[in-house]
Design a binder for this molecule. Structure first.
Ligand SMILES: *[C@@H]1O[C@H](CO)[C@@H](O)[C@H](O)[C@H]1NC(C)=O
Ligand SMILES: *[C@@H]1O[C@H](CO)[C@@H](O)[C@H](O)[C@H]1NC(C)=O
Length: 259
C-alpha cells in the first residue's frame, strides 16, 4: 500500500511538474517614473509603443528607444483609463479599464476606430495577438480570443495549473505560440498554453527593480512584457528602469508558488 501511494505520488508530481525560471539582466534602460505602464510593444528595434494608464494621465506614446524621447503622444480623454496594447496588421489596439471601449490607431497614433467591448469581457486589462486573432484578459482567469474584424469573441481559456485557477491575469504578450502574462500585484509572470490555459512555466522577477518593495505599496507593480527580435523586455508601472532580461531555468515545481 505504501509503495502504491509512493509511486502514485511520484507519477502525479511528475505530471504536474512546471518549470520556474529566474532571470539575468542583459541591459538596463531608463523608463519614466511618470509612466504608469499598462502596455508595451516594440514597433522596431528603435521605436517603442507604450500605453500609460490612470484617469487624467492616460496616453499612447511612440518613443525613441533607448533614449525614450517622445516622437508622438496621444492623450486620452480624462474619463478613460488606458490599459494594454497590441500591434496587429499596422494597427495599434488599446484597451481601456472600466470604460468597455477599445481604441484602434494607426502606427502614427491617429485614432481610427472606437470599439465597444461587450460581455463576457468585464474589464479591459491585457491584450496580445497571434498574427490573426486578438487575445484579451479582463482581470479574471479568462483570456478571450477575438476576431479583429467582427470583434466577435470566438472562444476563451481559463488560466490554471492543475486544478488551481490563476486570477488577475494582466498584460499579455504572444511569444512563439505561447501567451506570456503578468499577474497583477505579483513578482512573477507566467507562460500559458493558449489552447487550454495550462501554465507552462513561471518566471520569478523578484528583486528586478531595486526599490520595488517601496513601489509596491503605491501599486507600482511589475507590468509590461515586450518581446522583439528574440529579446525580452520588462518594466513596471512608474518604474525607473526597463530591463532586457534572459530567462534562467531554476527548478521544476509541482504546486502553484506563493505569488
Ligand atoms: C520540468 O517540467 C517540464 C514540463 O512538465 C518537463 O518537460 C521537464 O522534463 C521537467 N524537468 C525536470 C528537470 O524535471
Ligand atoms: C523567487 O525569487 C526570490 C528571490 O530570489 C526567492 O526568495 C523566492 O524563493 C523565489 N520563488 C520561488 C518560488 O522559487
Amino acid at each position: 500500500m505504501l509503495l502504491w501511494v509512493l509511486s502514485f505520488t511520484i507519477l502525479v508530481s511528475s505530471d504536474n511538474s512546471v518549470p520556474i525560471y529566474k532571470y539575468s539582466i542583459i541591459n538596463t534602460y531608463k523608463h519614466s517614473s511618470k509612466d504608469y505602464t499598462q502596455g508595451l510593444e516594440y514597433l522596431s528595434n528603435d521605436i517603442l509603443i507604450q500605453s500609460a494608464g490612470e484617469y487624467g494621465r492616460s496616453r499612447l506614446q511612440k518613443l525613441n528607444f533607448p533614449s525614450m524621447s517622445i516622437i508622438k503622444e496621444y492623450k486620452l480623454d480624462p474619463s478613460f483609463f488606458a490599459e494594454g496594447i497590441t500591434i496587429l496588421n499596422n494597427k495599434i489596439y488599446q484597451l481601456t479599464w472600466l470604460e468597455k471601449k477599445m481604441f484602434v490607431y494607426s502606427t502614427d497614433l491617429v485614432l481610427l476606430d472606437v470599439i465597444i467591448i461587450k460581455n463576457p469581457i468585464l474589464q479591459g486589462w491585457g491584450i496580445c495577438n497571434d498574427g490573426i486573432f486578438l487575445y484579451i484578459s479582463d482581470g479574471s482567469s479568462f483570456i478571450y480570443k477575438m476576431d479583429p474584424n467582427s470583434y466577435k469573441i470566438l472562444s476563451s481559456i481559463k488560466v490554471h495549473q492543475g486544478t488551481k485557477y490563476i486570477v488577475s491575469i494582466n498584460e499579455l504578450e504572444w511569444v512563439n505560440g505561447e501567451i506570456w502574462a503578468n499577474i497583477y500585484y505579483s513578482k512573477y509572470f507566467i507562460r500559458i498554453n493558449p489552447d487550454n490555459g495550462n501554465i507552462l512555466a513561471w518566471v520569478n522577477l523578484t528583486g528586478l527593480e531595486a526599490n520595488e518593495d517601496a513601489f509596491w505599496y503605491g501599486g507600482y507593480v511589475l507590468n509590461g512584457i515586450a518581446v522583439y527580435d528574440q529579446k525580452i523586455f520588462v518594466t513596471g508601472k512608474c518604474w525607473e528602469h526597463l530591463y532586457e532580461i534572459e530567462l534562467v531555468y531554476y527548478q521544476n515545481i509541482t504546486d502553484v508558488p506563493k505569488y
